[in-house]
Design a protein around this ligand. Structure first.
Ligand code: F6P
Length: 564
């Protein structure tokens, strides 16, 4: 059994009361970002942080020195530092599943072997054994030493997984495409909607495709269904082209060359027909949404190569070390998490936009949705007691500038205030000019313009001064005072991306710790899975239909009536 301390009710701490008071003081004294900048010429310096490849500007947040001090007091009152260290050391802080939470062990160097134990298991040593096997396998695929059944080199990876077994790899693959140097492209299929598989395999040549089935549990309905679909597609296509004669031996030989697996359940992998020699494991102490840097990233090693993956892991690790070693007041990771708590619990801002000004990061908001919301969308604390404050920010977003022409209207002038993280990089792998104009600078100008407009707005007098007719003036006023954080990197490298992912992992941890929730379980996804099993037979079976509620019955009746 776990010996994790009972969560402290943050709302009962003196720091919470002081933050409440501070919020009221700021509101009643008319605190605005404009006044904060005017009052303190050192504000930007005081609220800027540099961490390797990333520069952080927190100055456009609704905070002052007193607030940040109180937020750090709150963090101390709930035992943030102790819980952080307990997590890194392998304590079973995932209480509802009675598991350690050791994604940070996935990126430790081999020299740390022996320092992180899960019972008898030397986690770091095991991580590196698996990494070595993955690197060896990936090199064979990349060099052409590993071929498909007809001897052709692998040119496509079809990765089959869902949730944490998909969102991380696809996001990183998209983000690091400029580093994919072996002529191998990756396609990710996740949805059980047959349209997803149909459209994805349409473009693939089975003779040159390697399927990677990724599932922590190897029981997930979508992934196993899609894996069977992919197996059927591959075997049928190879039979149709005369490569296979339909014999069980030839089928098995083809599966061996074209299917590998990533899972914690290696026995189930073998049952599926995948050679255990071609299976890569990870462990119960790695949560699905925290697993992109485990064997779950195999497709990335194949596409990008071992060296790039090592750099990616080093980025995670550098951020881990910083998060653990830096005092709270100077720790941008902790501060970002605490500022989010400030917005959710004291300003009533429940949603948070993440707006990458980098097209390569177009799947980053989707990735963060699982990371943050599956982690902190909880109503009970890790001891089962009900939470006493709001939890679980709603994370969402789209790359700029596209979002500017879609939902930024609401962020600028709506009645809800949406704190936003802007993420941009100084350098691009695709420098382009439009006449005299550097197009990337045009793009970055938009990133800076948006954060400026959100912070400082535009007054009625400024609008009038442009000659705007009086009746339209109110509609053209921007109240400003809308908080943003700018993360400005030098370049979207594997290392920088590793840091960025670890940053949000730890922000999620900080928020979850203040709220007292177990950020590492996900019981909220179970009921729907159970009901889907119960309901699906009702499409055809009257007895199963009779057990359903009135609304479900009516929807199934509609289905039955209209099915072709
Ligand atoms: O939907 C819940 C979930 O368990 C996620 O947490 C996980 O990332 C996903 O399903 C996939 O699970 P698995 O890797 O076991 O197939």
């Amino acid at each position: 059994m776990s010996t994790i301390p009972t969560p402290v009710d943050a709302t009962k701490t003196p720091a919470w009361a002081a933050l409440d008071t501070r919020h009221n003081e700021l509101v009643s004294s008319g605190f605005t970002l404009k006044s904060a900048f005017a009052d303190n010429p050192n504000r930007v310096d005081a609220l800027s942080f540099d961490l390797d490849d990333l520069h952080f500007d927190l100055s456009k947040n609704l905070v002052d020195k007193t607030t940040l001090g109180l937020l750090c007091d709150l963090a101390r009152a709930v035992g943030l530092e102790q819980r952080r260290d307990a997590m890194f050391a392998g304590a079973r802080i995932n209480t509802t599943e009675d598991r350690a939470v050791l994604h940070t062990a996935l990126r430790r160097p081999l020299s740390d072997a022996g320092t992180v134990m899960n019972g008898e298991q030397d986690c770091v040593a095991d991580v590196h054994k698996t990494l070595d096997r993955m690197y060896d396998f990936a090199e064979r695929v990349r060099s052409g030493a590993w071929t498909g059944i007809t001897g052709k080199r692998i040119e496509h990876v079809l990765s089959i997984g869902i949730g944490g077994s998909d969102l991380g790899p696809v996001m990183v693959y998209e983000a690091l495409k400029p580093y994919a140097d072996a002529g191998i492209d990756c396609t990710y299929v996740s949805n059980i909607d047959p349209n997803d598989m149909a459209e994805k395999v349409r473009r693939l040549d089975p003779e040159t495709t390697l399927c990677i089935v990724v599932s922590k549990t190897f029981t997930t309905l979508e992934t196993l269904t899609n894996a069977r679909e992919a197996r059927a597609w591959l075997l049928e296509s190879l039979r149709a082209s005369g490569v296979l004669d339909g014999s069980a031996e030839q089928d098995a030989a083809a599966i061996k060359k074209h299917f590998v697996a990533v899972s914690t359940a290696l026995d189930l992998v073998e049952d599926f027909g995948i050679d255990p020699a071609n299976a890569f494991g990870f462990w119960s102490w790695v949560g699905g949404r925290y697993s992109v840097d485990s064997a779950v990233g195999l497709s990335l090693i194949v596409a990008l190569g071992p060296q790039r993956f090592r750099e990616f892991l080093a980025g995670f690790h550098d951020l881990d070390v910083y998060f653990q070693a830096t005092p709270l007041e100077k720790n941008v990771v902790a501060l970002m998490g605490l500022i989010n708590v400030w917005y959710v619990n004291f300003w009533g801002m429940g949603s948070h936009a993440v707006l990458p000004y980098n097209q390569y990061l177009h799947r980053f908001p989707a990735y963060l949705q699982q990371l943050t919301m599956e982690s902190n969308g909880k109503s009970v604390r890790w001891d089962g007691s009900p939470v006493s404050s709001g939890t679980g920010e709603i994370f969402w977003g789209e790359p700029g500038t596209n979002g500017q022409h879609a939902f930024y209207q609401l962020i600028h002038q709506g009645t809800r205030v949406v704190p936003a993280d802007f993420i941009a990089f100084v350098n691009t792998p695709n420098p382009t000019r439009d006449g005299d104009q550097d197009v990337h600078e045009l793009f970055l100008g938009n990133f800076l313009a948006q954060t400026k407009a959100l912070a400082f707005g535009k007054t009625a007098d400024e609008v009038r001064a442009e000659g705007t007719p009086e009746r339209v003036v109110p509609a053209r006023v921007f109240a400003g005072n809308r908080p943003t954080t700018s993360i400005f990197g030098t370049e979207l490298t594997p290392h920088a991306l590793g840091e960025l992912i670890a940053l949000y992992e730890h922000i999620t941890f900080v928020e979850g710790t203040v709220w007292g929730v177990d950020s590492y379980d996900q019981w909220g996804v179970e009921l729907g899975k159970q009901l889907a099993k119960q309901i699906t037979p009702a499409f055809h079976d009257d007895a199963a239909l009779a057990e359903q509620d009135a609304s479900t019955k009516a929807l199934i009746a509609y289905y039955r009536e209209h099915r072709r």
